[in-house]
Design a binder for this molecule. Structure first.
Ligand code: C5P
Length: 216
């Protein structure tokens, strides 16, 4: 039953961290492993979808049956996402996009000095919000890594980013979320007052659970 649920559907996933170069040898990034995005890609393939993953530099292996677009920066992820969103039925923002990028990318290597220094950072675009705007007919799902049990911030993101659903995971709990092999999701959607709870599962289990819910 589940294996055919996304037959004939196109799924676009953003995954992994982004890297924002400071100079040719340094960058600003985060701890994202890309495991959740890889699990989503595997789950969507198992359910019969045609899958495109726009992936930042992540350690987690992506399934070979997916169409994989490798990017580095948030700007590149936005451009690749916009280029591939037009015919997508379902779009999932699983990437941990760096919120800021260095205002200037220095060529070569910045030399060390004994003086204190500052790094000016500029905000990056909100990729899933931009893609949701560009693909109004697609179902768009975001993730919200929250340091608490409260869903207020996740509800705010759902509205602000123009998404259909948001999957919140509590990153303050040990062994789930960032870099872990397991996750526990709570899903809120535009059209239901009910909060759906996945319970603690492998990331592949969470991905199948999430896709099953939004496919309904
Ligand atoms: O605002 P916050 O980063 O918590 O929102 C998380 C959700 O938004 C995730 O789905 C993430 O992929 C997406 N996001 C994005 N571009 C950003 C920041 C977040 O696509 N610049």
């Amino acid at each position: 039953r589940r294996s055919k649920q996304l037959e004939g559907r196109k799924v676009l996933i953003t995954s992994g961290p982004t890297q924002e170069p400071i100079d040719d040898v340094r960058f600003v990034s985060n701890r994202s492993s890309g495991k959740m995005g890889a699990a989503l890609a595997r789950a969507a393939l198992l359910m019969g979808a045609e899958v495109t993953v726009v992936s930042g530099p992540a350690r987690a292996a992506l399934p070979l049956q997916a169409n994989i677009v490798h990017v580095r920066t948030a700007q590149e992820m936005l451009e690749a996402g916009l280029a591939h969103c037009a015919d997508a039925n379902l779009i999932i923002g699983a990437a941990a996009v760096a919120d800021y990028r260095p205002a200037v990318r220095h060529r070569g290597k910045i030399r060390r000095s004994a003086e204190p220094t500052t790094l000016e950072l500029h905000p990056n675009p909100d990729i899933i919000a931009e893609i949701a705007k560009a693909a109004p007919d697609a179902i768009t799902v975001g993730f919200a890594a929250e340091p608490s049990r409260s869903l207020d911030a996740a509800r705010d993101k759902l509205a602000r980013k123009g998404l259909y659903a948001i999957a919140a995971n509590d990153v303050s709990r040990d062994g789930i979320g960032f870099d872990a092999d397991q996750n526990s999701l709570r899903l809120i959607t535009l059209d239901s007052p009910v909060v759906f709870d996945s319970g603690l599962m492998s990331k592949l289990g969470c991905a199948l659970w999430l896709l099953d819910r939004v496919a309904k």
